[in-house]
Design a binder for this molecule. Structure first.
Ligand code: HEM
Length: 217
């Protein structure tokens, strides 16, 4: 006969497993793909043709579909789990204003920023151009908007700031959660990893935005 304690244990191990899966998917393939996507966007410095070849053109529709599934399904799963975490955990930085608690709060605030940014970005940059014109976004379009449409520029600057923080800090919490970082010395080093990753991701994002802004003149 199963008891209330059994069902509580089953529930806890279920949510533990979901947490593990969501955490893993956030790093691979999602985090890896994000870094690759930011890297590809830097080809904006080499002009429109190079950017379109790296970012929006696919050799075959099947390759495009495969990439879409490989990225969008893990993103959806992580997002559903993340929204659940936002409602089920409470930041305690008001009572204990420690550095780690501040980072915990910012991780959650950045998650909300990433959520809104990705909803707008996926629709405006991926879905809408294909529905309207049958192909991916053109470089001249995005470059023009970066230069002449301030809301686009602001959304990209703030959205990529949120992504850079969320992923960089997420890599650190991932390393802690999976037992890769446990000693005090390793924790100190992970702080370096956190801020170095943040600086690199932000430089890649804002670098691409700057290249588009220049090209849109
Ligand atoms: C490009 C998209 C995203 C990437 C690469 C990403 C990556 C990550 C990583 C690596 C972690 C750390 C996992 C761990 O500590 O084991 C994390 C945590 C988290 N993510 Fe995301 N994420 C993305 C989008 C989102 C979205 C759209 C949400 C929606 C709300 C979200 C909500 C969260 C939350 C709440 C946490 C903290 C969970 C916790 O520590 O309890 N993420 N994310």
């Amino acid at each position: 006969m199963s008891t209330a304690a059994d069902s509580a244990t089953a529930q806890t191990s279920g949510s533990f497993l979901r947490g593990r899966v969501a955490s893993f998917l956030a790093v691979a393939p999602l985090g890896v793909w994000t870094v690759n996507h930011l890297w590809n966007n830097l080809s904006a410095f080499r002009g429109g043709k190079a950017w379109e070849e790296s970012v929006t053109d696919y050799s075959h529709p099947v390759a495009q579909m495969f990439t879409g599934i490989l990225v969008l399904v893990p993103l959806m799963l992580h997002t559903v789990w993340g929204i659940g975490r936002l409602f089920s955990s409470r930041p305690n930085v008001g009572h204990y204003p420690m550095w780690e608690n501040v980072k915990y709060l910012v991780q959650r605030l950045s998650a909300i920023g990433v959520l809104f940014f990705l909803a707008a970005h996926i629709f405006k940059a991926m879905i809408e151009p294909r529905l309207r014109t049958g192909h991916g976004e053109r470089f001249e379009d995005i470059a023009w908007h970066m230069r002449h449409h301030p809301p686009t520029l602001i959304v990209y600057v703030l959205g990529t700031l949120a992504v850079a923080y969320h992923l960089a800090n997420g890599i650190t919490t991932f390393a802690m959660g999976w037992g890769l970082v446990s000693t005090k010395a390793a924790l100190r080093k992970s702080e370096w990893l956190n801020w170095t990753a943040f600086a690199i991701l932000l430089a890649m994002s804002w670098g691409s935005i700057y290249a588009m802004w220049l090209a849109g003149a």
